[in-house]
Write a protein that binds this ligand. Structure first.
Ligand SMILES: [Zn+2]
Length: 116
């Protein structure tokens, strides 16, 4: 099973970076977790967001956020709409389901004496 967070939305913030004080580097990313197995792909309800600075290449952890950053992140959190939870079967899963149907059909035919 492969789990990965995919970036759905990136917002550039005009706030000053707490590390290098540049006001051009802060980027807020919203990610949602996707799961992929051999049989299906699904979107989970798990989301996360993180802030990093592209000027000094540093992840900015919430402990370093100023009140302004807190407020703007909060605002973006409210406007972020994650994709609805969903599951999509892959071809392999359909083949298994269809094969099972055929097997069940044969069992029914056998039980009712069609081959007898
Ligand atoms: Zn920086």
């Amino acid at each position: 099973m492969k789990k990965q967070y995919i970036t759905l939305k990136t917002v550039r913030l005009n706030n000053n970076c707490p590390e290098c004080y540049s006001n051009e580097g802060l980027k807020l990313c919203f990610k949602q977790e996707f799961v992929e197995t051999n049989l299906y792909k699904s979107i989970t309800n798990n989301t996360k967001h993180h802030l990093n600075c592209t000027t000094c290449q540093t992840p900015i952890y919430p402990a370093r956020w100023t009140d302004d950053i807190d407020r703007i992140v909060d605002y973006h959190k409210k406007t972020f709409e994650p994709k609805p939870k969903s599951i999509k079967l892959k071809k392999g899963a359909w083949i298994i389901i269809i094969s099972l149907d055929i097997i069940i059909l044969f069992i029914i035919l056998y039980v009712f004496g069609v081959f007898g």
